[in-house]
Design a protein around this ligand. Structure first.
Ligand code: URA
Ligand code: SF4
Length: 219
């Protein structure tokens, strides 16, 4: 099963690297499919590759990435523990915002990654990935407040680059980040059929059908 999942994720990455479904393929150096632990309990979703990511074909390797690594250290994790992906896999020219047709063209890849990884918690970084789960929401109003789906919690956070530009957000960002471990534990208990008091009623299916091993023992 695990091997199947790794192979399937690698197949998605292979398709992303040669994708020409939107105009961003014309200006990219490298597509950035995403990287990390295929069995991750936490999936981080950013906006799209920037200059450094486009050069290296890896997500969050610039200044935002350094900050993200510091935040992960706050909860005892490294980037190898989690999976990091983006809403669009190719860099928008001059780091402009992704256009709606680009995000929709790229959506099936992220959908597939989320399904295969099947994380307990999805952490959205910034407005564009928040919009995948929350319609008409304002990040300043809902950051740090999880939304519960059947199999996972979605936690909307500020984008690391926004916090670097506005250091006044640092404390809120750190506080939001520290909620992640408890959310993972809550969703894990819920999937195991435990009647988790903290989580709203679920599908009652019980059990982790994925057979995923528990790789994050600190939770
Ligand atoms: N910002 C993002 O949103 N994604 C990256 O991969 C890097 C910076
Ligand atoms: Fe394909 Fe996504 Fe890159 Fe557009 S951004 S070319 S849809 S991989």
């Amino acid at each position: 099963m695990t091997q199947d999942r790794i192979a399937a994720l690698e197949a998605v990455a292979g398709r992303v690297r040669v994708c020409t479904l939107c105009r961003l393929s014309e200006t990219r150096t490298n597509a950035v499919p995403g990287a990390g632990n295929p069995l991750a309990e936490i999936l981080f979703i950013g906006e799209g590759p920037g200059f450094n990511e486009d050069k290296q074909g890896l997500p969050f390797v610039g200044q935002s990435g350094k900050y993200l690594e510091k935040l992960l250290a706050l909860i005892g994790l490294t980037r190898a523990d989690v999976f990091i992906a983006n809403v669009v896999k190719c860099r928008p020219p001059e780091n402009r915002d992704p256009l709606p047709d680009e995000s929709s063209a790229c959506k099936p890849y992220l959908d597939e990654q989320e399904m295969l990884i099947d994380p307990f918690v999805v952490v959205t970084l910034g407005r564009f990935s928040m919009a995948r789960y929350f319609t008409n929401a304002k990040i300043t109003q809902i950051h740090g407040q999880p939304k519960y789906e059947d199999r996972r919690a979605i936690l909307p956070l500020f984008h690391p680059a926004a916090v670097l530009r506005n250091p006044g957000l640092q404390d809120a960002m750190a506080a939001d980040f520290r909620r992640i471990p408890e959310l993972v534990a809550e969703m894990k208990a819920r999937r195991q059929g435990g009647a988790s008091a903290a989580a709203p009623s679920g599908d009652g299916s019980g059990g982790d059908a994925s057979g995923k091993p528990t790789q994050l023992s600190l939770f």
